[in-house]
Design a protein around this ligand. Structure first.
Ligand code: AMP
Ligand code: MG
Length: 490
């Protein structure tokens, strides 16, 4: 049996300087540890074929499937504010693109499949822990309804990779609407290759913003559209308690999907200054900084597009600034709308943002768990009992002042308690991929026990449903379980 991929590759048809043609490096003994069957079906792939030994070899990069045109994409990027003119896929190889069941073009990429011309000093490989982390968190984000790259499969390579110690090597099959980043534009802009920037912009418009094809000033509209999607995305992150951890421009997708799950994490107790990443010493990518950083990254994209706007540079800059000015409003609207829903409000009042802010402050000074506070407010809205929410706060003083304000505001709306509870539960998850759970899953998997990984995935697939059999997964970590640092996915 041959595993069939209905590839229709478009990026590999772009000029040669957009990528390096390179095949994955074969590995010793690939073993499939997880296949995302529903995603396979959505992509028009046969899960039964992918689960055969040949399927595992393809997903490990040992065999290149028919129709693939493997490439490592070129890109640059600002890492922690410093420009690196050449990064590129150092340990990822794009096998090709398929058109999914909804007619959407999707990249199928192997991450950890061996060195490429962009590897620099890296080994081109990935360790099992970060592969499982990305699998869990990206699929959880999808189930939460947040735009994200997906995970199709995880395989163990049968080889060791060397990090602090020898650890099992693994390959993740990542699926994205594309892997084009702000850093991809920067790669060509840094080389003053305006024709390549134009070519890339046309490709991105056709692929991600087809409504802009043929309009007047398409590149202006492209910038505005990317700004809109990033603003909406970061608002979702803040409303759900997600910290990306490495918001470098090379980790910022122009499609508006969350990409590159390295030291990312969800907050337990609410603290806007939360940083997990071990390498983020200055807190550049702290939770509450994310909107500001997104705007900074979008400003870098705008700089790349200036030559396409106009030959009159001052005018081009003015246009770019006007577009960037739109970020704040787009973000604030999306963020405040999200918060209002989280509070169970069906209409908008001028002082709702202040009401939401007061709750966040009460949580910060509590401290109190971000996710559970909102979830239990849904119950409190329905049964009028504050005890369960209160129990989450070490010091409930702030909450006690806040609850009457909130109830007063709720009383101004006609919805029933049951309607409110349903609406709140639909946006306030019970289950998020908590760090201590991920770490426990990884430890078990390294000892070849994938049971906890499977169970965690099952729970996270329905984050907004009460799952009485799995209540323990909703709980924040005990003090001794708390994970204070996460590490890059290298
Ligand atoms: P990241 O921190 O994963 O966004 O990666 C930043 C850059 O480092 C990208 O160009 C990656 O391809 C490259 N990189 C990360 N890890 C490795 C590795 N193990 N081998 C080669 N390149 C790597
Ligand atoms: Mg990256």
């Amino acid at each position: 049996m041959t595993v069939h991929f209905p590839f229709q590759n478009s990026y590999a048809a772009l000029p040669d300087n957009f990528f390096a043609r390179v095949a994955p490096t074969p590995v010793a003994a690939p073993r499939l540890v997880k296949l995302n069957r529903p995603l396979a079906v959505e992509l028009g792939l046969d899960p039964v074929q992918l689960e055969t030994p040949e399927g595992a070899e393809i997903l490990a990069g040992k065999t290149v499937p028919v129709g693939a045109d493997p490439i490592a994409m070129a890109y640059a990027g600002h890492q922690f504010g410093n420009f690196v003119p050449q990064l590129g896929d150092g340990r990822a190889i794009l096998l090709g693109e398929v058109i999914d069941r909804n007619g959407v073009r999707r990249d199928i990429q192997l991450k950890g499949s061996g060195p490429t011309p962009f590897s620099r000093r890296g080994d081109g490989r990935a360790a099992l822990g970060p592969v499982l982390r990305e699998y869990i968190v990206s699929e959880a984000m999808h189930a939460l309804g947040i735009p994200t790259t997906r995970s199709l499969a995880a395989v163990i390579t049968g080889e060791q990779v060397y990090r602090e110690t020898a650890v099992p090597g693994a390959v993740l099959t990542r699926v994205a609407t594309s892997h084009i980043r702000v850093g991809t534009f920067q790669y060509f802009a840094a080389r003053r290759d305006t024709e390549a920037v134009r070519r890339l912009a046309d490709h991105v418009i056709a692929r991600h913003y087809p409504e802009l094809v043929g309009i007047e000033r398409p590149y202006h509209a492209l910038l505005a559209a990317v700004i809109g999607r990033q603003a909406a995305l970061v608002a979702r992150w803040l409303d759900i308690g997600f910290i990306h951890g490495v918001m470098n421009t090379d980790n910022t997708s122009v499609s508006g999907e969350t990409i590159d799950y390295g030291p990312c994490a969800f907050m337990d107790a609410y603290d806007p200054a939360t940083v997990f990443s071990s390498i983020d010493e200055m807190g550049r990518y702290a939770f509450a900084n994310q909107p500001r950083i997104a705007l900074w990254n979008l400003t870098r994209l705008a700089e790349c597009l200036l030559p396409l706007f106009s030959d009159d540079q001052p005018q081009a800059i003015k246009d770019a600034e006007a577009a960037l000015d739109g970020f704040a409003e787009a973000f604030t609207t999306a963020y405040q709308t999200g918060l209002r829903r989280k509070l169970g409000l069906f209409t908008a009042h001028d002082d709702d943002p202040a009401l939401a802010q007061a709750l966040l402050e009460a949580m910060a000074s509590g401290p109190a768990d971000f996710t559970l506070t909102f979830r239990r407010l849904g119950e409190a809205a329905a049964d009028g009992n504050d005890a369960q929410v209160r129990a989450l706060f070490q010091d409930p003083t702030g909450l006690d002042e806040w609850m009457p304000r909130w109830r007063q505001r709720l009383a101004q709306e006609p919805q029933t308690a049951a309607e409110r509870r349903t609406a709140m539960h639909a946006v306030n998850p019970a289950f998020i991929p908590r760090n201590h759970r991920i770490e426990a899953v990884i430890s078990a998997a390294i000892n070849n026990d994938f049971g906890p990984f499977e169970e965690l995935l099952t729970v996270l697939a329905n984050p907004y449903q009460d799952q009485p059999a799995h209540v323990a997964y909703a709980e924040p970590p005990q003090p001794q379980e708390r994970v204070l640092q996460t590490f890059c996915g290298t």
